[in-house]
Design a protein around this ligand. Structure first.
Ligand SMILES: CC(=O)SCCNC(=O)CCNC(=O)[C@H](O)C(C)(C)COP(=O)(O)OP(=O)(O)OC[C@H]1O[C@@H](n2cnc3c(N)ncnc32)[C@H](O)[C@@H]1OP(=O)(O)O
Ligand SMILES: CC(=O)C(=O)O
Length: 531
């Protein structure tokens, strides 16, 4: 049995740029409990009022699987343990388990704590002995254990023995600076397990990109507790990523830990943490990233179609992720067939339509289009080629101008747009005048154009009012051409029910924006028709 100890709410909160609210901490606690994590380190109650409030509030959650753990250092030097504010706050939490970190590297004892090596052993012993009177489980985080062991193995082991003799339930070897390589972890675990009897655990940082492998090797060498964080959050380069450790441990290494059926929740827990931090979810995370099972190359897609094992190390559904197929200039016909199937359209790989769609994609990508971030433009292209979409309107012309009358005055833009609605649609709607000629103002030319186009179309298609632009990005494609370069415009839109991306490319940035805007509105009308 390997116990999973999550420190997202404590070491994860030490990530640069991260600040969890109390509500975030409680939501993450519930999600981790639901996933089946064994221990959740909620914070350091002696550190700040928020962590203190967490330990008060968390008692109200009806947790099914996880034990809440409070964290602190060993007692301060030069005072009695009963006088130590950190230790007093730990005791007040009345949680089932606590973890204290103590110094295992002689450098830290003499340089950071500025006490003798003997005194440090006393701090460790006294703190653990005292806390054992109040808590079922007391864990000892041997800070900098690996660096300490490399410089003074005898002393590093003495710190573990002090904790063991005082009654620690698990001795966690910490790679605090994250510089340890996998074979060193292996050797040090081998040596230490001969010298202490208490169970061992590991807490690894990722400064050498070794945190996951060090954690798994430690398990191979007998560790029964792994400390880590969701998405590898943590001080500097982060902590060991539990989203990689858990599936490797359970699915591949076959250890008893979190039940395998619970792993289906891993992807959503990982996303929840990104959402709460208001950060983009890192797409390239193994297992739980959106790219983890995304296939772009035609050769890969063709093989995955036949048997997913050809390019997937596990079934993505086991951890709640899914397969994604991208369409681009690197696609083959399999990508098109697969993408069409996602849209509910069955195509024959050898049909002329598939060939035509693929050729169009390759041609447009060579012009600068990029369909990966513009799935709505791809869907329109596919359905237009297959004759499955209506022509909703035709442009009869647009004009945009920008004026700035003086240094002081803000620049201003105005656009006029003329569109024509097809006869059959006008008849259906009982509208006689099929032409609409409108003008609108905006702070910039694209805003003016967007407003004028909507104004022109709203009379025929009132649901256009629901569409909002949520993102607008311009990328210059052939930078060397300077002002003659071709811009690519990517637009993201929403109607409150769904979000979609469209793309436009032209040497004229206004026209590139127009193409992407038109696709955005056409897509909305097509989806409304499809119900
Ligand atoms: C490896 C890790 O990540 S451990 C976790 C680190 N996390 C944090 O530091 C976040 C929370 N920390 C805090 O809120 C604050 O640092 C507090 C409340 C704990 C302490 O604040 P302050 O009392 O102002 O002290 P400050 O942070 O400046 O210095 C830390 C003190 O703890 C002492 N200390 C550090 N580790 C230990 C230890 N294991 N045992 C005993 N004392 C320790 C240091 O020697 C220093 O004492 P000094 O003031 O006598 O030099
Ligand atoms: C305890 C801890 O957070 C560390 O050693 O990194």
């Amino acid at each position: 049995m390997v116990y999973i100890y999550d420190t997202t709410l404590r070491d994860g909160a030490q990530t640069r740029g991260v600040s969890f609210s109390l509500e975030d901490k409680l939501r993450i606690t519930q999600a981790l409990d639901d996933l089946g994590v064994h221990y959740i380190e909620g914070g350091w109650p002696g550190s700040n009022p928020k962590d203190l409030a967490y330990f008060e509030t968390v008692k109200g959650l009806n947790l099914k699987n996880s034990k809440i753990v409070a964290f602190s250092s060993t007692k301060r030097k030069g005072i009695k343990i009963e006088e130590d504010a950190n230790i007093a706050q730990l005791v007040k939490t009345k949680v089932p388990a606590v973890t204290v970190f103590g110094k295992s590297w002689d450098l830290h004892v003499t340089e950071a704590l500025k006490i003798s090596l003997e005194e440090n052993l006393e701090l460790i012993y006294q703190t653990i002995e005292y806390l054992k009177k109040y808590f079922d489980e007391v864990f000892f985080d041997a800070e900098h254990f690996f660096d300490g062991y490399k410089e003074n193995p005898e002393y590093a082991v003495k710190t573990l023995k002090a904790a063991e003799e005082a009654g620690a339930d698990c001795l966690i070897l910490c790679d605090t600076n994250g510089g340890t390589l996998w074979y060193e972890t292996e050797e040090i675990f081998d040596a230490v397990s001969k010298k202490v009897k208490a169970p061992l655990g590991i807490h690894a940082h990722n400064d050498s990109d070794m945190a996951v492998v060090n954690s798994l090797i430690a398990v191979k060498k007998g560790a029964i507790q792994i400390q880590g964080t969701i998405n590898g959050l943590g001080e500097r380069a982060g902590n060991a990523n539990l989203c990689s450790i858990i599936p490797n441990l359970v699915i591949k290494m076959g250890y008893k830990s979190i039940p395998i059926e619970n792993l289906k929740k891993l992807y959503s827990v990982s996303r929840l943490v990104s959402e709460l931090l208001n950060r983009p979810h890192p797409a390239n995370l193994p297992f739980v990233g959106d790219n983890a099972f995304a296939h772009k190359a035609g050769v890969h897609v063709s093989a995955v179609e036949k048997n997913p094992r050809t390019y997937e190390h596990i079934n993505p559904e086991l951890i709640g992720n899914r397969r994604r197929i991208m369409v681009s200039e690197l696609s083959g016909r399999s990508n098109i067939v697969n993408k069409a199937r996602e849209l509910g359209i069955e195509l024959d790989k050898n049909s002329p339509e598939v060939k035509k769609i693929l050729e169009k994609i390759k041609y447009l990508e060579a012009q600068g289009y990029h369909f990966e971030g513009a799935e709505a433009s791809f869907e329109l292209l596919l359905k237009e080629t297959l004759g499955m979409s209506k022509k909703y309107f035709e442009l009869k012309g647009f004009r945009v101008f920008t004026e700035k009358r003086s240094e002081e005055e803000e620049a201003y833009a105005e656009a006029t747009v003329k569109v024509e609605i097809p006869e059959e649609i006008a008849r259906e709607k009982g509208i006689e005048d099929r032409f609409e000629h409108t003008a609108a103002e905006g702070r910039g030319p694209v805003e003016a154009l967007d407003k004028a186009l909507r104004k022109a179309l709203e009379k025929f298609y009132p649901s256009i009012k629901e569409v909002k632009l949520t993102d607008y990005k311009v990328r210059i494609l052939n930078e060397a051409a300077g002002t003659g370069a071709s811009p690519r415009v990517l637009i993201e839109s929403t109607d409150g029910k769904r979000k979609w991306g469209t793309v436009g490319v032209s040497p004229n940035v206004i026209e590139a924006s127009w193409i992407a805007l038109v696709d955005a509105l056409k897509y909305k009308l097509m989806k409304d028709d499809e119900g």
